[in-house]
Design a protein around this ligand. Structure first.
Ligand code: PMV
Length: 329
């Protein structure tokens, strides 16, 4: 019999100051604080139904029933929700993305944010945003940034209680656009959980982490004053620094493909010519081109003319993760 069911939706987020490396991999306490924008239009919708007639948890992602590591990661979060609620029933989880998973489009961020919100609600827990952000963080670090809305900072903190994300500005504060140049839709070969574990093996990791406090305050200030010219060089510098850490870890991680590099050069040249656009890249080959809304059509047109660009997805600042349906039986 179903004893609680909830459906939640969440957007992925694009980090302007990146998260790479954990101080505590189990709790996903990050090596550094980070800052992101939620991406409206790319949506994960997740339903959790606790049902005491189920012999075990059932996890269906994108229409496919999961087993092994992918299932275990979801079950761990259900277990946290059950422990908090003092409940024992197994659950059926169904999750759908309206965008390709595993292509550097942060599907784990929206996925675990939606799962945290849906499982807490279905378990009858009344968690505030901070507690939901902490719960989401344990599934995927960047997921904690998809719980609050708009422009979001994740303070690294020193333990589970102090490592959570909060909104620094609502989506309507600044109509930045992220035009995502898709150059590769394949599932990435080394996922970010494995990648984070390698950060410490790079001689550049500590150097990058030491730059974060100053870069964070520059990005925060640029967002507050909607100052694209100040934002752009810092966003690019941190993305390149994170990829330098990836490329110099042992074993090295090289996510870029030839069109990735072509886009980096093009974006820099366009900005020099006066177009307000800059790039950032997650753990994948696709390039996120952030721009002011007035430049969005021109950026799309130019991206589409670059060889190897298969598609351009357009996103604008998104709101918080939220419940769309909740029944306690
Ligand atoms: O949350 P994870 O483990 O998928 O890590 C995300 C890491 C990056 O996307 C590369 C950077 C970031 O801050 O989102």
């Amino acid at each position: 019999m179903q004893i609680g069911k909830a459906t939640a939706q969440a957007f992925p987020n694009i980090a302007l100051i990146k998260y790479w490396g954990n101080r505590d991999p189990l709790l996903r306490l990050p090596a550094n604080s980070s800052l992101s924008m939620n991406m409206a239009g790319l949506t994960t919708t997740t339903t959790v139904a606790f049902d005491d007639s189920l012999g075990e948890d059932v996890v269906v992602l994108g229409g496919r029933e999961q087993s092994g590591a992918a299932k275990d990661r979801v079950v761990k979060m259900l277990e946290r929700a059950r422990a908090m609620a003092g409940a024992g029933a197994n659950a059926r989880v169904e999750s759908l993305n309206n965008f390709p998973a595993g292509a550097g489009l942060a599907s784990s961020a929206s996925g675990f944010a939606a799962l945290a919100v849906a499982s807490a609600a279905a378990a009858g827990l009344n968690l505030d945003e901070r507690a939901l952000s902490r719960l989401a963080r344990t599934g995927s670090g960047s997921a904690c940034r998809s719980v609050p809305g708009g422009y979001v900072e994740w303070q690294a903190g020193t333990d589970d209680a102090t490592s959570y994300a909060f909104s620094i500005a609502p989506p309507e504060h600044w109509d930045l656009r992220d035009m995502i140049a898709i150059v590769d839709v394949a599932h990435k070969t080394v996922g970010s959980t494995q990648g984070h574990a390698l950060a410490d093996t790079s001689p550049l990791h500590a150097a990058r982490v030491s730059t974060i406090p100053e870069r964070l305050s520059q990005v925060r200030a640029a967002i507050e004053s909607r100052d694209f010219a100040s934002l752009a060089p810092v966003v690019e510098a941190d993305a390149l620094a994170m990829h330098a850490v990836m490329m110099t870890s042992n074993p090295p991680l090289l996510y870029w493909q030839p069109p990735t590099v072509a886009i980096l050069h093009a974006v820099r040249a366009w900005r020099t010519d006066g177009l307000p656009v800059c790039f950032t890249i997650d753990a994948g080959a696709n390039v996120h081109c952030l721009c002011e809304s007035s430049a969005a059509d021109e950026v799309t047109r130019r991206l589409r003319s670059i060889a190897g660009v298969q598609n351009v997805l357009a996103v604008s600042p998104g709101g918080p993760a939220h419940c769309v349906e909740n029944h306690l039986f």
